[in-house]
Design a protein around this ligand. Structure first.
Ligand code: KIV
Length: 271
């Protein structure tokens, strides 16, 4: 049954209250119905339909190639499964930068066609017009600063961001700008823990970190990474809760052996 248009238990206001009472926010990614269903039943606060789908689902080396239509496809599948968590969807590369009208159209398409609760986009001052225009339509916006994977060609590397004072100051200014514009939350990716804690303490809106230390208001990871389905990606901030790659490999190999040896199907597994 579709939960599109349904009021979910976790709203942007609930996240704000969680920050006020010091309760940490747990966020993970999902791109499909089955994973989202398990996450929602587990009690996750926020599900991010991240543009990391470009890497994890489509096998691209960066997040740049994924399209708006593809993000809407993933988001629609996730929304069908979720009745409690807040569903946030990434605006993909090229659908909001440098053109606030395009940004609004992209955000409206996501909200209308998928039934999601909010959108996320990368950047501060450079995209503030887009942020304002989307917010003016009543669409909640989550910001994203620090390492911004959509700008990988500008950085040339995925190393820790904002280690020097100039970049740290710009990040802090951008964070305040996004809060002032009306963003309901902010993701900080791969920055020093001291900077993450400082920004979280200065802002009233919840700050969710990925490699931003323990002093922020919540944490996010890519589900496929924390489950150990992906193997090649091992940054320091990633805690692996399982080695699903090995588990799945074992199951697939056992199935192949069973078919080849004619052990499957047995008497009870046929009509
Ligand atoms: O796309 C994504 O999964 C993200 C998280 C890493 C925050 O933006």
């Amino acid at each position: 049954m579709s939960t599109e248009g349904k009021n979910r238990v976790i709203t942007t206001h609930v996240l704000y209250e969680m920050k006020l009472r010091g309760e940490k926010i747990a966020m993970l990614t999902a791109y499909d119905y089955s994973m989202a269903r398990i996450l929602d039943a587990a009690g996750i606060d926020v599900i991010l339909v991240g543009d990391s789908a470009s890497n994890v689902m489509a096998g691209h080396v960066s997040t740049l190639p994924i399209t708006l239509n593809q993000m809407i496809y993933h988001a629609t599948s996730v929304v069908k499964a979720v009745s409690k968590a807040l569903v946030v969807v990434d605006l993909p590369f090229g659908t909001y930068q440098g053109n606030s009208k395009l940004a609004l159209n992209s955000a409206i398409r996501i909200m209308k066609e998928s039934g999601a609760d909010a959108v996320k986009l990368e950047g501060g001052e450079e995209v503030i017009e887009s942020v304002q225009r989307i917010l003016s339509a009543g669409i909640p916006v989550m910001g994203h600063l620090g390492l911004m994977p959509q700008s990988i060609h500008k950085y040339g590397t995925y190393v820790v961001r904002a280690k020097d004072e100039v970049e740290a100051q710009k990040l802090t200014n951008d964070a305040h700008l996004l809060e002032k514009a009306g963003c309901f939350s902010l993701v900080l990716e791969k920055i020093p823990a001291s900077l993450g804690a400082r920004v979280a303490s200065e802002l009233k809106i919840p700050v969710i970190g990925i490699g931003a230390g323990g002093g922020v208001d919540g944490q996010v990871l890519v589900s496929h990474d924390m489950l150990g389905i992906t193997q090649e990606f091992s940054p320091r901030f990633l805690r692996r809760y399982h080695n699903l790659y090995a588990e799945m490999m074992g199951s697939f190999q056992a199935y192949i052996n069973d078919v080849k040896s004619k052990d499957f199907p047995n008497e009870r597994e046929q009509y």
